[in-house]
Write a protein that binds this ligand. Structure first.
Ligand code: HMG
Ligand code: MG
Length: 314
């Protein structure tokens, strides 16, 4: 890669001046890969993401190894990266057993993952929605008692492949339940990428009215229908400053076939830097990392920005 293609910076009024990018490439990005990615490659991926300036990097999941075989090496991986300076490394935890495994390795940031719908709670966690919330309750309490930071994901906030439209009130109920348990932040998942900006605005407004403000909310858009950046812009306008994305646009969910990759971090950074919003990310280094990872996975990155920056001399 040569040169430094950068967007022209033209700030928009009333947008945040800084955004925290919550990088999910090593977890959401890889969890659906069929061929096992060697543990050392995952560790290098996380190190390179940190060198590119990302400071929140979701590392892996302490779930049942049979449910997500790609992340079965969590015990081997986490110690390789846990002491990266200035980086927090959240890990997914589905239950008490997962929390035990994470705490034993010194994890200080965990994420529980709930669903706004019954169908996905069943498919992803083998529990009804209320059963899964009952499982999370003692996990969150124990983590908080230990001073661990807890994120609560809510999947299928904007649509569900089995149930179709998801009532906003249902999403709000699960968000409030997770906040009441003690989750420090929430992440609103558009697991199958069907959201559009008006829908995002409406959900965020309702959450605000119901006492869940923008400063505890992250947004997690998959890019199935190419709406992730537009949805992100709507969330920024609402005051959201935590945006989930995956380097190179890797991703998918093994328990929702219609889920494709997350919003690509490079596409996000291009837009944010163009808007004059600080991210701390070095776009050239990040793009080089995604090109490196794409070579390991033996297929090109779906990110438009990665493609443009890595082919710009041709
Ligand atoms: P289950 O089969 O109901 O588990 O699975 P169980 O509680 O009945 O236990 C069965 C056995 O599993 C027991 O062993 C447990 O010890 C063991 P046995 O006594 O039979 O020998 N076990 C575990 N082993 C290791 N680690 C654990 C663990 N828990 C139980 N943590 C379970 C329930 C939750 C475990 C399973 O459904 C699971 O692992 N699900 C994870 C699915 C997943 O990781 N999905 C992807 C992440 S979510 C996502 O991608 C969406 C997101 O990106 C946001 C968005 O896009 O919307 C976050
Ligand atoms: Mg996801």
């Amino acid at each position: 890669m040569t040169g430094h293609a950068l967007p022209m910076t033209v700030p928009a009024p009333d947008l945040p001046s800084r955004v925290r990018i919550y990088e999910v490439g090593a977890r959401d990005g890889l969890q659906n890969e069929k061929l096992a990615v060697p543990t050392e490659v995952k560790a290098d991926f996380i190190r390179k993401l940190a060198e590119a300036g990302l400071t929140t990097i979701e590392a892996t999941s302490f779930v049942h190894p049979k449910w997500v075989p790609q992340l079965a090496d969590a015990e081997a991986l986490f110690p390789l990266v846990k002491d990266l300076p200035g980086v927090s490394l959240p890990v997914l935890v589905p239950n008490d057993r997962g929390l035990d495994r994470a705490l034993a390795l010194g994890a200080r940031n965990i994420a529980v993952f709930a669903s706004a719908t019954e169908s996905f709670a069943k498919a992803n966690l083998n529990r009804t929605l209320d059963e899964s919330l009952a499982v999370f309750e003692p996990v969150v309490r124990r983590a908080k008692d230990d001073g661990v930071h807890v994120r609560g994901y809510v999947s299928m906030c904007f649509g569900d492949p089995w149930e179709g439209a998801v009532p906003l009130r249902q999403v709000v109920r699960v968000c409030k339940a997770l906040r009441d348990m003690g989750c420090d932040e929430l992440s609103l998942g558009d697991t199958i990428g069907v959201a559009t900006p008006g829908h995002v605005r409406e959900l965020l407004s309702l959450l605000d009215e119901e006492g869940v403000p923008a400063d505890v909310i992250g947004v997690h858009f998959h890019d199935t229908y190419g709406q992730a950046l537009a949805n992100t812009y709507a969330a920024l306008q609402h005051g959201v400053t935590t945006i989930d994305s995956s380097a190179g646009g890797l991703g998918g969910c093994p328990y929702a076939r219609s889920a494709t990759g997350n919003l690509a971090t490079e596409d996000l950074v291009w837009m944010l830097h163009g808007l004059g919003i600080e991210t701390g990310v070095d776009l050239d280094r990040l793009t080089a990392t995604s090109v490196w990872m794409a070579a390991h996975l033996d297929r090109p990155s779906p990110s438009r920005t990665v493609r443009a920056l890595s082919h710009k001399d041709q």
